[in-house]
Every structure is written in C-alpha cells, then in structure tokens.
Write a protein that binds this ligand. Structure first.
Ligand SMILES: C[S@@+](CC[C@H](N)C(=O)[O-])C[C@H]1O[C@@H](n2cnc3c(N)ncnc32)[C@H](O)[C@@H]1O
Length: 193
C-alpha cells in the first residue's frame, strides 16, 4: 500500500509543479521514505565520485548530505549542498557541521547562487526534471561552473532513463562527455565545460 502511494507521488512529481513537488518530497522524508539514502551510496560510487572532488563543490539535490560524509576535507575548499526539502536540509546540517560545509534549502531550478563552482554533483536528481525541464537544469548548472569545471550526474538506471541519457550524451554545451559505468545499470555522466 505504502509503495503504491509513493508510486503515485512519483507520478505527481512529474507534473513539475514546484509547490506540489516540494510538499511531496517533504511528506516522503517525514514518512521515512528516504531514510535508507543516509547509508545507501555504494562504496564504488563514492570512490569514483571522490576522485572528482576539488575546489568549490556544489551538490544539487543533496538530500541529507550523505555524499559529503566520505570526502576528504583536504580535497575541497568549500562544499555547498542544496535541497528542496527543509527536513533533509535540517538533518544534513545536524549531521555535518563544519566551517567550509553549508546546506541551503531551495529549488534547484530557481535558486540564485552567488558563486561559481569547480565541480557540481547532481546525484539522482536530473530525471525528476525530465521531460520538460532537464535541459534548462543542465544549462543552468553548466553556466554555474568555472572554466573547465565539471557537472557530474548519477543515474541509477540507464535503461529506464535512456531518453534522458541520449539528451545528456548529445548535450552541445559540453566540450567532452564521459560515461562511467558504476554497475550493470548505474552510470555517471560527466559534462565538461
Ligand atoms: C533521490 S534523492 C537523492 C538525494 C542525494 N543526492 C543522494 O543521492 O543521496 C533526490 C533529491 O532531490 C531533491 N530534489 C528534488 N527536486 C528538487 C529541486 N527542484 N530542487 C532541489 N532539490 C530537489 C529531493 O528533495 C531529494 O532529496
């Protein structure tokens, strides 16, 4: 029953109505739907991702911030995590309290950033903007990169999201696009500015 409700939520999220999406994410976090992501990132993904960590890092759709837990703090100058969910951001702030780490609540599609970044991670978020807003999302975050910066997207199921993957592979704003397999289905897409 719970699963059916969450599937319905997923369907509603595809309407891309900002207020509705925010409410649904908030309800899901409060119901424990995403508790598992605190520990879920496999070590293979972590080790591949940490190789890209440098300078000023932005983590879009950071959830509860589990990704920063395995970073070596000497590898980056600043880490900023942004997420739509107040609940997730409050939890992240409680878990990771450090001078060069900050978490902000905001909508990735409309938030005004005051800086540019060396590397931007978008881990399991881009498909929530498919099919209408994913290119706007990519354009916006490529713009936020410093010269030669990287936008790194993780997609857990390349078959299910093959249409999105095609658009990423053919994205014209990337000098060179790399696909890094993480498992049979999970991949990283690296867009280079
Ligand atoms: C599947 S979770 C992934 C969380 C985290 N990146 C990870 O891999 O553990 C997707 C996250 O994206 C966030 N999200 C969805 N739409 C968003 C938006 N428009 N702006 C910011 N965050 C958003 C959700 O609140 C959720 O925390």
């Amino acid at each position: 029953m719970k699963q059916k409700i969450f599937n319905f939520f997923r369907f509603l999220k595809n309407t891309n109505n900002a207020l509705l999406c925010k409410t649904l994410w908030e309800v899901e976090y409060r119901c424990g739907r995403w508790d598992y992501i605190d520990q879920s990132m496999d070590m293979n993904t972590h080790s591949v991702l940490t190789d890209f960590v440098c300078g000023d890092v932005l983590d879009v759709g950071c959830g509860t911030g589990n990704f920063v837990s395995n970073f070596d703090s000497t590898q980056y100058t600043t880490y900023t995590g942004i997420d739509l969910s107040h609940y997730a951001v409050a939890r992240a702030k409680k878990l990771f309290d450090s001078k060069n780490i900050q978490f902000v609540q905001g909508d990735a599609l409309s938030y005004s950033y005051g800086s540019q970044y060396d590397v931007i991670f978008a881990i399991e978020i881009a498909y929530y903007f498919y099919p209408d807003k994913h290119i706007t999302f990519i354009d916006q975050y490529i713009d936020l990169l410093k010269e030669n910066g990287k936008l790194i997207l993780r997609i857990w199921n390349k078959t299910k999201f093959s249409a999105l993957l095609d658009d990423l592979v053919n994205y014209p704003g990337s000098k060179n696009t790399e696909i890094i397999p993480l498992s049979e289905e999970a991949i990283l897409v690296v867009l280079n500015k």
